[in-house]
Write a protein that binds this ligand. Structure first.
Ligand code: PLP
Length: 401
């Protein structure tokens, strides 16, 4: 009997290690699920062919693969869904889901603070399909309610926004979506299921870019879509099949390997981020810090409501440095650990500069209104020792003395 068949009721960090650890139809019992790098599975005769297709067994790589299934089991457990589809990337997960949910004439209401390429999917691909796309600030759920029409089919948001860390009130948004007969779709990439479980708060679909914290090692790309409605997930799977967006076996294998240490990494990364946020908030050269653990966060009450006394866990923060490009470069040079990288979620702390990376084409006044100044740096916190990291930022800040 394996763990999946035994009584549950143990802690999440124990139980999730035993999800996806057995392959259907395989007699051998390897300690770790092997990587099934095969594009197809053989069948014995026409009766076998019929049976395998009827039972949704393993046939062709784009349809089903044991490594995707194993990863899917673990993500489903963590997100408290009933099933998960695994994709080639977070963007593959997002586009396949939206293409499935929306038809010409439908409306989608999207948080205006959204990942740049998600914005582009809505702005370039969905608009071309005659979907009505409405971007609204989600800080006040009443603005979202006011945007609802009879054609609203999807309400879309990330749990916290990039790079200014605004928080979406998921229970309020779920209520709005429910009353509108629309689906609430939530991207949990920044916060991860180790901080918040959007499905438990009323979301219909939760998406993760597995490329980030859940894999955690900056060496594989993938995405996931989890929900509690098997019929809906089957429809999304069908679109993924047609669009060729399912994840490849090796990436799925790598991501499951990374995920197995996520319970050790991610809560610590969140705590270190909170520690760094408090340290940097006290630095006289830093004019502001955006993090969910700070009582100065404009949505502190919501942060506590969704995350408990210490606020919503989040391994990402952003800081406002003086707007002096040379000094900022010197500061980055002086840091011993954190390096610049156009990604996030790895085991080492990384930096990004939104004005030059994610928002270079947005006019300065609009960017500033969004809280994105030339002095803003985003920090994705790794697993370094919290004291080392805080001390390193403090010593590098002396360039501004
Ligand atoms: N969602 C968020 C919040 C992201 O930050 C990203 C990428 O940075 C994505 C989705 C897309 O993920 P991927 O790069 O795996 O396609």
């Amino acid at each position: 009997m394996n763990m999946n068949e035994k009584n549950s009721g143990y802690s999440q960090e124990t139980e999730y290690l035993y999800k996806g650890d057995r392959v259907e139809g395989m007699d051998l019992k390897p300690e770790v699920i092997p990587c099934f790098l095969t594009t197809a599975f053989n069948m014995d005769d026409l009766n076998d062919v019929k049976e395998v297709y009827a039972n949704k067994g393993y046939t062709y790589i784009r349809t089903r693969n044991p490594n995707r299934d194993a990863l899917s089991e673990a993500v489903t457990y963590l997100e408290q869904g009933t099933d998960t589809d695994i994709f080639s990337s977070g963007m593959g997960a997002i586009t396949s889901t939206l293409l499935c949910l929306l038809n010409p004439g439908d409306q989608i209401i999207c948080n205006k603070d959204i990942y740049g390429e998600t914005f582009n999917v809505l702005d370039e691909i969905l608009q071309k399909m005659s979907v009505q796309v409405v971007f609204v600030p989600f800080d006040n759920p009443e603005d979202v309610r006011a945007a609802v029409t009879g054609r609203t089919r999807v309400i879309y948001t990330e749990v916290v926004s990039n790079p200014t860390i605004h928080i979406a009130d998921l229970p309020a948004l779920a209520d709005i979506a429910y009353r509108a007969g629309a689906r609430l779709v939530v991207d949990n990439t920044f916060t991860t299921p180790f901080s918040v479980k959007p499905l438990a708060l009323g979301a219909d679909i939760v998406i993760n870019s597995l490329t980030k914290f859940l894999n955690g090692h900056s060496d594989a790309m993938g995405g996931s879509v989890t929900c509690r409605d098997a019929e809906l997930l089957a429809k999304i799977h069908h679109i993924a099949m047609l669009c060729g967006t399912p994840g490849d076996p090796f990436s799925s294998w790598l991501i499951l390997r990374g995920l197995h240490t996520a319970a050790l990494r991610i809560p610590r990364q969140m705590e270190t981020a909170a520690r760094l946020a408090h340290t940097l908030a006290a630095n006289p050269h830093i004019s502001g810090v955006n993090h969910t653990s700070l009582a100065s966060h404009p949505q502190w009450a919501l942060s506590q409501r969704m995350g408990g006394e210490k606020g919503l866990g989040c391994p990402i923060l952003s800081i406002y440095l003086p707007e002096d490009q040379d000094k900022m470069s010197q500061f980055m040079d002086r840091l011993n650990f954190a390096r610049y990288a156009p990604t996030l979620g790895g085991i080492r702390t990384t930096l990004s500069h939104p004005v030059t990376s994610s928002h270079p084409n947005v006019p300065d006044d609009i960017r500033r209104a969004m809280g994105i100044t030339p002095g803003l740096l985003r920090i994705s916190v790794g697993t370094e020792n919290a004291d080392d990291l805080a001390a390193d930022f403090e010593q590098a800040m002396r360039v501004f003395d």
